[in-house]
Write a new protein. Sequence first.
Length: 353
Amino acid sequence: LAFFVLCIAFSAVSISMIRYFGVVDSITSSNHRMPFPLCESTGSFGLDKWIEPSKNLMHSMSDEELFWRASFDPVVKEYPYKRVPKIAFMFLTKGPLPLSPLWERFFRGNEALFSIYIHSSPAFRPKFPSSSVFYKRQIPSKVSEWGQMSICDAERRLLANALLDVGNERFVLLSESCVPLHNFTAVYAYLTGSRYSFVSSFDDPGPYGRGRYDPNMSPEVNATQWRKGSQWFEVDRRAALLIIRDSAYYRKFSEFCRPACYVDEHYFPTMLSIEAGSMIANRSLTWTDWSRGGAHPATFGSSDVSEELVRKIREDNKRCEYNGVEGFACFLFARKFSPNTLEGLMLMANDIL
């Protein structure tokens, strides 16, 4: 009886606090479970209820609430259950995923080993069938603009939503123009077996590197710590938590890295280099063709797609270090492939995937 009374009292106090702090809509709505389950008269929650990911990714939490909730990390590092790590594939797109049939082929048969998250224009309404792995995988999104802090906001939002699933261990950022270069089994083994996160981070002494540094970034970031890198990263859970927990670097980059300082090329590479330099491999896993020059990489069309192109990307990049050993594949993904490349890519899917 005493325990029953205590449960009622705890529930009442918790609900009162939630109402007092004004988050009743984001926490107690029908689409949510409480951050910590309250006592139930019919029985107690088991561990499976704590670790079960939500089937509905839509919620009404603000970014501040979301990042706070996602920042929880167990102090005890040994999992008290048989945990099979999953890879979170995070798609940053303005709208449709025109190459989704290729990705469907890539994911097929591995449903227990991955999660999918889509950040798109908030006005976009996807129309994936219920049989699709992309069905209802859109997260609450906001407008994001190239070169602006809103792009990094979208990436952090993807990470935070993916961190809510405790099964996710590795986190890959992809665009709608990305394609896989290997089958799922190879990609999964490569990522889950790595001791490092794959974030491109290097010191560029030229005008498009250190030339973008603003002395006002000090003392958080000095000129020798300033880094540049690819927007397309892959991180483990430790690095993902560092990214969404950050506030000090975020404030500095928001204020002092604006075009022609493109924040998506500098914020994560610099912050992680300072805070977790030993945890990152200083390279991206996403191949991009910059050989044509200009501010944007080359875009491949239907006439470019061939077995020779895929073979060139895969064969010419086998001299990267992996867990201290040289001679492994450098890239697992490639971009930018236009929508009209889908037919050609699907014809080659059996050989690639």
